[in-house]
Design a protein around this ligand. Structure first.
Ligand code: DGL
Length: 281
C-alpha cells in the first residue's frame, strides 16, 4: 500500500543533482536525515532546524502552518528538488498547506508511519501512537489509520516529557524508565501490541522501552520515510546517480549552546557545514 502523494511537480525545472530539503522544529529530525543519508548516500541534503522556535509540539495549528510555510520558502530558495517534513507535529498539521504551496514533491512522516504499521496488518488489531500534544490533537494518525486500516483500533497518547529527557541525554537513565512506565503502562495493560513512535525524538527511547516491555512492537518510521522518498524520486526520475558522496548542509534559526550535543544525539556526529538563517522576524 502506498500512502504517499504522487502529486506531479509543476512550474519549476528539477534536476537530479539538486539537493533534498529536510526540515524539523529543531534537531530531532536529524534522526530522519540520518535514515535518508544512509539509504541515499549520493544525495545532497539540506537540513533546516527551527531551533529559535522549537518546540512545535505545544503550539497551535495556525502557528505550525505559518512556520512550516516560511521554512518551505527558504528551502525552495535553495533549489531543492523535494522536501521531507521530518517533524511529526509539522507533518500532522501543515502537510496539506505545504503540498498546496510547493512546486516540488513534499513527503511527511505520518503517512510512512502508518504505512509501516500496515506492514503488520492484519495481525495488528490494537495499536497506539505516542507523540506530542499537538500531533495527538490533530488526529492525523487516527484519520489515516481509519482510512486505510479501518478495523485497527488506534489509541493516541501524548508523552510531552520524552522530548526534554532525550535532549538532556537521559534516554537510558532510571528517571526516564519511570516516565516511560507512567505513560506506557496503560497501553500495555489495555492490550495494545504495536506502538508507532510518532515524534522525532522517540526512536532514541527504543532501547529503554523494549527493555521494559519486550512484548511491544515499536514502529519507527524513519527508514520507511527514506524508502518512500527514494520511490518518489525514482518515479520523477530525480534520483542522483552521481558516483560521489552527497553533501550534508545544516541550517538553524538559532545557534544554541546545546547544538553540538544535540547533533551528536540525533545524527551521531557533528555536521561541519553549519549556517544560521533567521526566518520571519
Ligand atoms: N519534532 C517534533 C515532533 O516530531 C518534536 C519536538 C517539538 O515539539 O518541536 O513532533
Amino acid at each position: 500500500m502506498s500512502l504517499v502523494s504522487r502529486r506531479q511537480p509543476e512550474a519549476v525545472t528539477l534536476a537530479a543533482t539538486s539537493p533534498i530539503g529536510v526540515f524539523d522544529s529543531g534537531l530531532g529530525g536529524l534522526t530522519v536525515l540520518s535514515a535518508v543519508h544512509e539509504r541515499l548516500p549520493n544525495e545532497n541534503l539540506i537540513y533546516f532546524g527551527d531551533t529559535a522556535r522549537v518546540p512545535y509540539g505545544s503550539k497551535s495549528k495556525e502557528t505550525i502552518i505559518h512556520y512550516s510555510l516560511e521554512i518551505l520558502e527558504f528551502l525552495l530558495q535553495q533549489k531543492v528538488k523535494a522536501v521531507v517534513v521530518a517533524c511529526n507535529t509539522a507533518s500532522s498539521h501543515a502537510l496539506e498547506a505545504l503540498r498546496e504551496k510547493s512546486p516540488v514533491p513534499v513527503i511527511g512522516v505520518v503517512e510512512p508511519g502508518v504505512a509501516a504499521l500496515a506492514r503488520h496488518y492484519p495481525e495488528v488489531k490494537r495499536a497506539a501512537v505516542i507523540a506530542t500534544r499537538s500531533t495527538v490533537k490533530s488526529n492525523a494518525y487516527a484519520k489515516l489509520v481509519q482510512q486505510h486500516l479501518g478495523d485497527v483500533h488506534l489509541y493516541q497518547k501524548a508523552c510531552p516529557l520524552f522530548v526534554p529527557l532525550v535532549e538532556e541525554g537521559f534516554a537510558e537513565r532510571q528517571v526516564t524508565e519511570l516516565i516511560i512506565r507512567e505513560y506506557l503502562d496503560e497501553i500495555v495493560r489495555d492490550g495494545y501490541s504495536h506502538v508507532i513512535l510518532g515524534c522525532t525524538h522517540y526512536p532514541l527511547l527504543k532501547k529503554s522501552i523494549k527493555r521494559i516491555y519486550p512484548q511491544l512492537t515499536l514502529i519507527d518510521s524513519s527508514s520507511e520515510v527514506a524508502h518512500a522518498l527514494q520511490e518518489l524520486l525514482r518515479q520523477h526520475q530525480l534520483l542522483n546517480n552521481a558516483p560521489t558522496k552527497g553533501e550534508v548542509k545544516l541550517y538553524v534559526s538559532d545557534i544554541t549552546d546545546s547544538l553540538l550535543d544535540l547533533e551528536k544525539i540525533f545524527f551521531g556526529k557533528t555536521i561541519h557545514s553549519l549556517e544560521k538563517k533567521v526566518l520571519g522576524w
